[in-house]
Design a binder for this molecule. Structure first.
Ligand SMILES: [Zn+2]
Length: 279
């Protein structure tokens, strides 16, 4: 498999399982564990995100999670999965709901796209295929978060909601928070029609005047939007330090041979998994 390692990311292959880690988060490997799944054999196909999974698909998903967890020293049973729905909702996970199995489809996490905790042994999990997963860590208060921010979540500023939740729940100072931006569809491939461009323009009028954020493709009459840069800028606005916002710099569509991309694999796309646990 090709190597996606760069100055921020390191790629591992163990027991036939490939995954990425952020070099920055690995500096804290006495306190946290994390990974972003790589390679298509690990993941499962689904018709519509996490909803409407058949028994067979659920079994495959559980096996995929188990395989990834075992290679990063996380107990698979610790998984706490957000039932993502492109919302801006962030919830605090206090404890495992099921003592004998993963928390996969719990009502408590219904319509939830971000999870925050300071409880050890809760493996906060989000999935995506082109959307951004954001992994947060506050090394001072020892609080973690995992947030799914697709273009809808980005337009609703779920990344900022996550920081707010970390502050309200655990007194995390934004200046201490590290935010790692997992692989996602990047400006090179995120092409949208005018209606989506207008949503961003209404939400971020000043940002959208920056050529770095939005560019019109005159040939296709569509727009390219940099949702990664938007997240960086709104996180800096609420007090995160630029050097604590770490970008994987990996486009899922440019690398759809090793990462799931909804736009490439549609309609039965698989999902990449982002996972973080406090030890
Ligand atoms: Zn690309």
């Amino acid at each position: 498999m090709k190597d996606l390692s760069n100055e921020n990311i390191i790629q591992f292959e163990k027991n036939g399982v490939s995954y990425l880690q952020f070099r920055k988060l690995n500096e804290y490997n006495k306190y946290i564990r994390h990974a972003y799944s790589l390679g298509k054999e690990l993941n499962y196909k689904t018709r519509a995100g996490n909803r409407n999974l058949s028994e067979n698909e659920i079994e495959k998903a559980i096996l995929a999670y188990e395989k990834l967890c075992k290679n990063i020293d996380i107990e698979p049973i610790n998984i706490v999965k957000a039932n993502q729905k492109h919302t801006a909702n962030v919830k605090v996970a206090r404890e495992k709901i099921n003592k004998d199995k993963m928390d996969l489809f719990e009502d408590y996490y219904k319509e939830t796209d971000g999870l925050v905790t300071n409880t050890p042994n809760l493996a906060l999990t989000t999935t995506s295929a082109d959307c951004i997963s954001l992994l947060f860590y506050d090394p001072v208060k020892k609080v973690i978060a995992n947030t799914h921010s697709g273009w809808r979540g980005t337009a609703q500023k779920i990344s900022v909601n996550t920081v707010r939740k970390m502050f309200e729940g655990f007194k995390c100072e934004p200046k201490d928070i590290i935010c790692c931006i997992c692989p996602s569809i990047r400006k090179c491939h995120f092409e949208v029609d005018e209606d989506v461009k207008d949503i961003f323009e209404n939400e971020f009028p000043s940002l959208m005047q920056m050529k770095e954020i939005v560019e019109k493709n005159e040939k296709t009459n569509k727009w390219h939007i940099d949702t990664v840069l938007i997240n960086k800028l709104i996180l800096e606005e609420v007090g995160l330090k630029p050097e604590n916002i770490i970008d994987s710099k990996i486009c899922t569509m440019c690398n759809s041979d090793v990462l799931h991309s909804a736009r490439v694999e549609k309609p039965n796309y698989g999902l990449n998994t982002a996972i973080i646990e406090k030890i």
